[in-house]
Ligand binder design. Structure first.
Ligand SMILES: [Zn+2]
Length: 84
């Protein structure tokens, strides 16, 4: 299983003071997992990235902000981020 890479730059040597995305706190981890499942359930799912992109093109053929496809660990499919 491949992990989605959100940060293309590893930036070694300089570690910020921001909390880790996936911290050791089990409560936060559980909350995050719950939210992920909620998001997953509320989104359209695509079997492959290619399929997701094809749908994106159908819905938004012109220039403009494109939704970002990402692989979902919950359902093993692909969703789009909902940012505009
Ligand atoms: Zn999903």
């Amino acid at each position: 299983m491949t992990m989605p890479r959100r940060n293309p730059r590893p930036d070694p040597g300089r570690r910020g003071r921001r909390a880790p995305t996936w911290g050791p706190d089990p409560v936060r981890a559980a909350e995050r997992e719950r939210r992920r499942r909620e998001v997953c359930a509320g989104k359209a799912r695509y079997a492959t990235e290619a399929e997701a992109r094809a749908h994106a093109l159908m819905h938004q053929p012109g220039p403009g902000p494109r939704p970002n496809a990402y692989r979902c660990d919950v359902c093993d499919g692909w969703h789009f981020t909902s940012r505009r």
